[in-house]
Design a protein around this ligand. Structure first.
Ligand code: UDP
Ligand code: MG
Length: 320
């Protein structure tokens, strides 16, 4: 009697694309070159067109027409990488999924090794950890490093591993956990870490972009850093109140000093410089604290609206 074939495991590959007309084709070929050699698994590839202004959608549809494993999610506008990824993740049906950037910075050639690590370590999540940040300035490396130190110092209990991106393999139960986190302010690195489970690192060299341009600039990175810090910790609020407390104690002591000084020596007119310094210092601290408070109020506002994370204009997939 022939041995009953056990069903192969299905792996979903999720690729968010925004203005990537120069690379999607390259990307798809690179993915196919790799997955065609992995006969032990079935694959589905989910491309998300995140409201591209160029011909990315047309190129993706051409790819989809030729490859039945491909599904294209066309979002109704540009929602940003986090939402685009979330759309893709929500539509995965695999036993595991791998998230890749379309620009080949997360080399598809590493997929087999990643799967191997997953199988050998029995982990729920295998996250890519960059060894060398090729093609990045020292300033970006320096600021990235500082960011990880700060966030891990203040984020309550959640440890965000250094030099990780979205490139990772996740099994079904960790995907299901992630899908339950529906917050609007999506700091993905934090959400990935927050779910817990057994997570192991997979070291790789991050290549420079294959073509096209990065969608990040320093303002974007600054916002991302704020997102991470305010989304995962209330420490800044505490620091603001601590500042308040310390300054109140100092002012009280200073007040007492002035009182006794005046009683002992009479009224002392000069003091313009010290007054100016104190007033500007205090206004600075007050504005800073209001700003910090505002960050959190803004987040409450965003979450309170309970809007969906994305809208899909249409889904293109083969009707197998
Ligand atoms: N991306 C997206 N929506 C956006 C911005 C970026 O789907 O609004 C995708 C982009 O197409 C790429 C990935 O996210 O596949 C990473 O973007 P990028 O290469 O610009 O970021 P970097 O690698 O420089 O961090
Ligand atoms: Mg990139």
């Amino acid at each position: 009697m022939p041995k009953k074939a056990t069903k192969k495991e299905l792996i979903s590959i999720v690729v968010p694309c925004y203005d990537e007309q120069g690379v999607v084709d390259l990307c798809h070929r690179a993915i196919c070159d790799v997955i065609n050699t992995l006969a032990d698994y079935d694959f589905e590839i989910i491309y998300i067109n995140d409201g591209s202004k160029d011909n990315t959608l047309e190129e993706l549809l051409a790819i989809q027409a030729q490859d039945a494993r491909v599904m294209v999610l066309n979002l109704s506008r540009n929602f940003g990488k986090e939402a685009a990824m979330t759309a893709g993740i929500d539509h995965t049906t695999g036993d595991a999924m791998i998230i890749l950037d379309a620009d080949l910075q997360d080399p598809p050639a590493l997929i087999p090794d990643m799967i191997k690590v997953w199988k050998e370590s029995d982990a729920d999540v295998v996250y890519g950890q960059r060894i060398i940040r090729e093609g990045e300035t020292w300033f970006k490396k320096f600021t990235a490093n500082g960011f990880y130190n700060v966030i891990n110092f203040i984020a309550n209990k959640v440890h965000i591993p250094k030099n990780t991106g979205d490139f990772r393999l996740m099994n079904r139960r960790s995907i299901d956990a992630l899908c339950q986190l529906r917050e609007k302010h999506r700091f993905m690195k934090g959400l990935f870490a927050w779910i817990g489970f057994k997570q192991v690192a997979f070291e790789y060299n991050r290549a420079p972009r294959a073509a096209g341009y990065t969608k990040w600039n320093y303002l974007g990175l600054w916002n991302l850093a704020l997102e991470g810090i305010a989304g995962f910790s209330t420490t800044p609020l505490r620091v603001a109140s601590l500042f308040g407390l310390i300054i109140s104690i100092l002012s009280f002591a200073f007040g007492a000093y002035i009182l006794f000084h005046t009683l002992a020596n009479g009224v002392d007119v000069p003091g313009y410089a010290s007054l100016a310094v104190i007033i500007s210092f205090l206004s600075g601290i007050q504005l800073l604290s209001i700003g910090i408070l505002g960050e959190y109020v803004g987040r409450i506002f965003g979450e309170a609206k309970r809007r969906p994370l994305y809208f899909i204009e249409n889904i293109h997939k083969s009707d197998k």
